[in-house]
Design a protein around this ligand. Structure first.
Ligand code: PLP
Length: 408
C-alpha cells in the first residue's frame, strides 16, 4: 500500500551528524568559540530595495482595492518579464517570459521535475552532488537498491582532482543528467567548451540535461556561461533551474524559476505543456508579496545592493582559498562560487578531518562524503559566514594545517 522506496533511502545523516558533533564539542568546551564554515545558508540580511518592495506589497494586501488572492500558478507576468530582462536578455539568450515558471525554491523544482519522466528513465549525476537530485529519483523508484553507499541503477560521473572536478560524459547512454554550475559542493564551473560537449551529447543521445544555476550570480569569469541556453541548440535538450536564494538572500522568503523551453519535446510531447500542467496541478503560486520582493532584485538599487552581498561572500571565499593554498592545499572553487573544495590534508578522510578541524581549531566544515562516494577524503568550506568569522577561521586553519603535515 505504501511507497516501498522510502524504505530504501538512507537517512539524511550529513547535517544532523555535523550538528550532533558540534553540539557535543560545545557542551564539553563551553568557553570555546566555534566558527561555522559548514553552512550552505546565507547570513546577510535582505537588500533594502527588496525589503521596501515587500513592505509595499504587504500594504497592497491590506487594502480591499489592491488585495490579491490566488495568482497565476506560473508566476505573475511582472516577475517573469523581470527574470527574462534581468537574467536572459543580457546574455543574449532568446528565452521568452512564458517559458519561465516561478516557483518557491529550486529544491522543490529540481526534486519535482523527475515527475515528467518515465518510471524507468535512466539517470546520471555528477559525484559529489547536491543530494536532492538523487533522493527525489530514489523515492520515485528509479535508482534500485542502495548498496555499500551507492545506488545500483544510478550513473555516477566522478569529479576528482584527476579530471579537474568536471564530470565526463557518461560512457553508456542515459535519459537524464543533472548538472550544476557553479557547482555545489565543488565550487567549479563548466566552461563553454564543456557545455557545448554536453549539449552535443544530449542531442546525439536524445537525453535531457537538468541544469541547476542556483549559484550563477557568483560567476565572475566572463567566459563562464551563466545559462545553458548560451549554447546553441540547448533549448531542445535542457531545462534550467534558477533561484533567488543564494543570489539575493531568499533562503527564508522562497522564490525560484524553472525554464522549460517550448522547443523541448520528446516522443511528440511538449515538456513545456507537461510542466505547465504539473505546476498548475500541484502548486498555487509563489506568494504575491515574495514575487514583488524578487522583482525588486532587478531594480537599479536592488542590483547594486545584491551585488554588494555577492561581493562580500566572494571576498570570504578568496580568504578561504588563499589560506588553504598558503598552507599547501590544492583547492578548487571559491572564484565563481561561495564554496571551496579540497582533498583533506595529511591523508585524513572527510569525517576525521572534520573532527580535527573542530577539536583543534574550533572550525566547522562539511565532510565531502556527505555529497557522494567521490567526496570521501574531501571537504567543503563555505563563504556564507561573516567576514570577521571567516578571517578568524582561516587564521586558525592556517596554523593547524602545518601541524597536521608534520605528524604524517
Ligand atoms: N540547488 C543547489 C545546487 C543548491 O545548493 C541549493 C541549496 O543549497 C538549491 C538548489 C536549493 O535552493 P532553494 O533555496 O532555491 O530551494
Amino acid at each position: 500500500m505504501i511507497n516501498p522506496h522510502y524504505g530504501n533511502i538512507p537517512p539524511s545523516y550529513l547535517f544532523s551528524e555535523v550538528a550532533a558533533r558540534v553540539s557535543a564539542y560545545q557542551d564539553a568546551h563551553p568557553d570555546e568559540r566555534v566558527l561555522r564554515l559548514g553552512i550552505g545558508d546565507v547570513t546577510r540580511p535582505l537588500a533594502p530595495a527588496v525589503v521596501d518592495a515587500l513592505h509595499d506589497a504587504v500594504a497592497e494586501q491590506a487594502s480591499g482595492e489592491s488585495f490579491r488572492g490566488y495568482g497565476p500558478e506560473q508566476g505573475y507576468a511582472f516577475l517573469r518579464d523581470a527574470i527574462v530582462a534581468g537574467e536572459y536578455a543580457p546574455i543574449g539568450t532568446a528565452i521568452a517570459a512564458d517559458e519561465i515558471f516561478v516557483g518557491d525554491g529550486s529544491k522543490t523544482d529540481t526534486a519535482g521535475v523527475q515527475e515528467l519522466f518515465a518510471a524507468d528513465a535512466t539517470i546520471a549525476v555528477s559525484d559529489p552532488v547536491y543530494p536532492v537530485y538523487v533522493d527525489s529519483n530514489a523515492l520515485a523508484g528509479r535508482l534500485g537498491e542502495f548498496v555499500d553507499g551507492r545506488w545500483e541503477q544510478l550513473t555516477y560521473l566522478e569529479c576528482t582532482a584527476e579530471n579537474g572536478y568536471v564530470p565526463a560524459l557518461p560512457e553508456a547512454p542515459v535519459d537524464l543528467v543533472y548538472l550544476c554550475s557553479p557547482n555545489n559542493p565543488t565550487g567549479t564551473s563548466l566552461s563553454r567548451a564543456d557545455l557545448e560537449r554536453w549539449v552535443a551529447w544530449a542531442r546525439e543521445n536524445n537525453a535531457i540535461i537538468l541544469f541547476d544555476v542556483a549559484y550563477r550570480a557568483f560567476v565572475t569569469d566572463p567566459t563562464v556561461p551563466r545559462s545553458i541556453y548560451e549554447i546553441e541548440g540547448a533549448d531542445e535538450v535542457a531545462i534550467e533551474f534558477g533561484s533567488f536564494s543564494k543570489t539575493a538572500g531568499f533562503t527564508g522568503l522562497r522564490c525560484s524559476w524553472t525554464v522549460v523551453p517550448k522547443a523541448l519535446t520528446r516522443d511528440g510531447a511538449s515538456l513545456h505543456a507537461m510542466w505547465s500542467r504539473r505546476h498548475a496541478t500541484k502548486f498555487n503560486g509563489t506568494p504575491y508579496i515574495v514575487q514583488r520582493g524578487a522583482e525588486a532584485v532587478y531594480s537599479e538599487a536592488g542590483r547594486e545592493q545584491v551585488q554588494a552581498d555577492i561581493d562580500y561572500y566572494l571576498r570570504n571565499a578568496g580568504l578561504i582559498r588563499d589560506a588553504l593554498r598558503g598552507a599547501g592545499i590544492d583547492t578548487v572553487g571559491g572564484v565563481d562560487s561561495p564554496y571551496v573544495w579540497f582533498r583533506c590534508p595529511a591523508g585524513l578522510d572527510s569525517w576525521a578531518f572534520f573532527d580535527v578541524l573542530l577539536n583543534e581549531a574550533q572550525v566547522v566544515g562539511t565532510p565531502g562524503v556527505g555529497f557522494g562516494p567521490a567526496g570521501e577524503d574531501h571537504f567543503r568550506l563555505s563563504a556564507f559566514g561573516t567576514y570577521e568569522d571567516t578571517l578568524e577561521a582561516v587564521a586558525r586553519i592556517s596554523s593547524l594545517v602545518p601541524t597536521l603535515h608534520s605528524t604524517t
